[in-house]
Ligand binder design. Structure first.
Ligand code: HEC
Length: 225
């Protein structure tokens, strides 16, 4: 009974719509539009930042700015100067941290593998500038600065020990000082020795540094005879 009424109502309603010529369009709009709007709304709600679309087109216009690359050029010419001023080299800093007392002990330690068997003290006096086969090492800290241009005292003394041939003190036998100290002592031990040698300060006991030549000859004569 009710079914027949509704069907009858539906039929008359649709006939009336067809009569108006609006039957097809309302159905299409009702069926298609809602999902489109929902999808658009979902997409909009998922993308949290609503600004990006408006922000992206701006960068392309902002990027072309090549001028800044021209301004940084003048400063570089001013920077090289500070690199010449550093007072402490890596070796200076390492030596400053070492133990001069330990170095003093190593200085007098006999090493049978050093040349034909020596201690530093066999050839170097610590309390005098006078020659004893090798140059006296009193005040070596000051003399070291006069040896190789650009080297600090610690750098020169360190090099004198590990590579005696790098700089030869005039009028001394270049073959005399053993060249294998870096095999006998570790770098840290050699830094201890350098730290010790830097402490050797006192009143000079030679009038003229030059007579070292005759002293050296006399010393090697003594050694041979
Ligand atoms: C067999 C002798 C001999 C022994 C051992 C020896 N030296 Fe020398 N050393 C010399 C002679 C000779 C010179 C000078 C010639 C030269 O520059 O190599 C010299 C140069 C040096 C100089 C440079 C001195 C200067 O006035 O510029 C230093 C520093 C030095 N020795 C430290 C040492 C130390 C530290 C040891 C031990 C680890 C040592 N030497 C062991 C003979 C010796």
């Amino acid at each position: 009974m009710f079914n027949r009424l509704t069907r009858c109502f539906a039929l008359t309603f649709s006939l009336a719509l067809m009569g108006c010529g609006a039957y097809q369009t309302p159905v299409m709009q009702v069926a298609t539009e809602p999902p489109v709007i929902e999808a658009a709304e979902d997409a909009a709600s998922e993308e949290q930042p609503t600004m990006p679309p408006t922000a992206t087109p701006l960068p392309p216009t902002a990027t072309p700015t090549p001028e800044p690359t021209l301004t940084p050029t003048p400063p570089p010419t001013a920077t090289p100067a500070p690199t010449a001023t550093p007072v402490l080299s890596p070796i200076d800093r390492l030596v400053a941290m070492r133990d001069a007392e330990k170095g003093a002990a190593l200085f007098v330690t006999f090493q049978e593998t050093a040349g034909s068997g020596y201690s530093c003290s066999n050839c170097h006096l610590a309390d005098s500038e006078k020659t004893n086969l090798g140059p006296g090492l009193l005040n070596i800290k000051d003399r070291a600065l006069t040896r190789v241009e650009g080297q600090t005292a610690a750098e020169y003394i360190y090099e004198s020990i590990v590579d005696p041939m790098a700089y030869l003190v005039e009028d001394f036998d270049p073959e005399l000082m053993p060249r294998n100290w870096s095999e006998i002592y570790s770098d840290l031990e050699i830094f201890d020795i350098v730290a010790y040698l830097l402490t050797l300060e006192g009143e000079s006991d030679i009038d003229d540094p030059e007579p070292a030549a005759s002293d050296a000859e006399a010393a090697s004569d003594r050694e041979q005879g």
